[in-house]
Write a protein that binds this ligand. Structure first.
Ligand code: DOR
Ligand code: ZN
Length: 477
């Protein structure tokens, strides 16, 4: 099948180009000079639009299998397609979690028939419990291994225990201690995989909660109980461990100014550390809780304006190379509970692209940086480049086509997640995603999903990343 996308402007981190994109058999065949002759069965008119390499959401909790009352992959991947995301990286804390190569292969086979977009899989680090399985996970093609630092596990289900008071001590496996964490860094350095972590130091959280002396009943309380210090301390430890072991470390969902400063400084020293943030930390602050409520309760929490500004600066100067949604739905009933009892997690895979595009059109970042943090930077980080995140001849023909002159409004009732409860409900956004193209097929057109699920597993490539050739328009054949 040949598809040509006409009259648009191709955007990559390296620049923009007026070019028609010719796709054949699922791959990019060529970037053609505008209106050059091309033989194709299908044509998309992208007049006035920006054509990005398909967006990648590296941080999605579809909770499938295990907690499918909250979400499942059929819903999250449909939502992804509608939000211009062509690849999701699925988090491993499902039931059972992805803790070995065998689980990885089983999960890939389980998801494939339901996936509307391509998907990659994370592995889960359980401390000494599965230390010897991590190399196999990396070898199989997991994008990384995730440590929920400081979280205990339910002995029976292997589910993460978010609140240690929820279960009797005998029923939980305590969080990995520093010895186990050190061994984890050493093992990931040895096998060459990427280690990522949820950074919030358990000791600091416990001390802050004890000092507060009551369950948080307001958002200000919640921030007192989960201070930025908890994130910064975990990150500082990760920096030391990465430096000592040579392990590649990635801080997911970074939320605070102090962490951006620490990460920048460590990168300048040559420590192999990278970082991610999410639209909720980039667009919301504590003041928004009064208006939004439970939909924006996430861990680590959304903080202050100064944090937000520092995160944008981190995106602009490259300290932060990837933006993900941390799509983590809970049921509406759970989200209606009082603040302290609401589970943390926000619905976000469908709004990742639209929120970042709105930010771009408001001058927060350039289109080139957007292409980096939503496509190429993410793809390189996870070893998916140049199959994903690039518009080079031979790359998968994944495209996100954006009309900057239209507008869109986020409405819960129009979202495709199983539990549509967006922190941005009611927000009017600049820009509109018109088409999502997955491996040369239009899977979303003007908000309508087209066709059956055709998503496939993408494995991390463990070879050296090739050097990028600058894109050049060529004449059609
Ligand atoms: O708010 C969060 N929710 N943060 C996490 O790190 C986990 C996530 C979840 O799975 O609900
Ligand atoms: Zn997460």
């Amino acid at each position: 099948m040949r598809l040509v996308v006409r009259h648009g402007t191709v955007v990559t981190p390296h620049g923009r180009l007026e070019a028609d994109v010719l796709c054949a058999d699922g791959r990019v065949e060529a970037l053609l000079a505008p209106r050059a002759f091309a033989e194709a069965e299908e044509e998309v008119d992208a007049k006035g639009c920006l054509i990005f390499p398909g967006f990648i959401d590296p941080h999605v909790h579809s909770r499938d299998p295990g907690q499918t009352d909250k979400e499942d992959l059929a819903h999250s991947s449909r939502a992804a397609a509608c939000g211009g995301v062509t690849t999701i990286c699925e988090m491993p804390n499902s039931l059972p979690p992805v803790t070995s190569a065998a689980e990885y292969e089983a999960r890939a086979a389980f998801h494939a028939p339901k996936a509307f977009v391509d998907f990659a899989l994370w592995g889960l680090a359980l401390g000494s419990q599965n230390l010897n399985d991590l190399a196999g996970l990396v070898e199989a093609g997991a994008v990384g291994v995730k440590l929920f630092w400081g979280y205990a596990l339910n002995r029976q289900t292997m589910q993460l225990v978010y609140n240690l008071d929820d279960l009797p001590a005998a029923e939980v496996i305590p969080p990995p201690d520093n010895r186990e964490v050190f061994e984890l860094f050493q093992e990931m350095a040895r096998c060459g995989g990427l280690l990522a972590a949820h950074c919030e130091d358990r000791g600091i959280l416990e001390a802050a909660q004890a000092r507060l002396g009551r369950q948080p009943s307001s958002y200000d309380d919640l921030l007192l109980a989960r201070p930025a210090l908890a994130e910064q301390l975990a990150l500082a430890m990760a920096v030391e461990l990465a430096q000592a072991t040579g392990c590649r470390f990635h801080a997911v969902h970074m939320s605070s100014r102090g962490s951006v400063i620490n990460a920048r400084e460590a990168q300048a020293r040559g420590v192999r550390i990278s970082s991610e943030t999410c639209p909720q930390y980039l667009t919301l602050t504590r003041a928004d809780y009064a208006r939004i409520g439970a939909a924006m309760k996430v861990f680590p929490p959304v903080r202050d304006h100064a944090d937000q500004e520092a995160l944008w600066e981190g995106i602009r100067d490259g300290t932060i190379c990837s933006v993900g949604s941390d799509h983590a739905p809970h049921t509406l009933e759970q989200k209606r509970l009082p603040l302290a009892a609401q589970p943390a997690g926000a619905v976000g895979v469908e709004t990742l692209g639209p929120i970042m595009i709105d930010a771009m059109l408001n001058g927060r970042l350039t289109a080139e940086r957007l292409a980096e943090v939503l496509s190429e930077g993410t793809s390189r980080l996870y070893g998916l480049y140049p199959q994903k995140g690039a518009l080079l001849p031979g790359s998968d023909a994944d495209l996100t086509v954006v009309d900057p002159d239209r507008e869109s409004t986020v409405l819960n009732e129009q979202l495709h997640s199983k539990q549509p409860l967006s922190p941005w409900h009611g927000c009017k956004l600049k820009g509109r995603i018109r088409f999502t193209v997955l491996r040369g097929h239009v899977i979303m057109r003007d908000g309508d999903l087209i066709g059956a699920p055709t998503g496939e597993l993408v494995r991390t490539q463990r070879r050296a990343t090739p050097t990028l050739q600058p894109i050049q328009p060529v004449s059609g054949s």
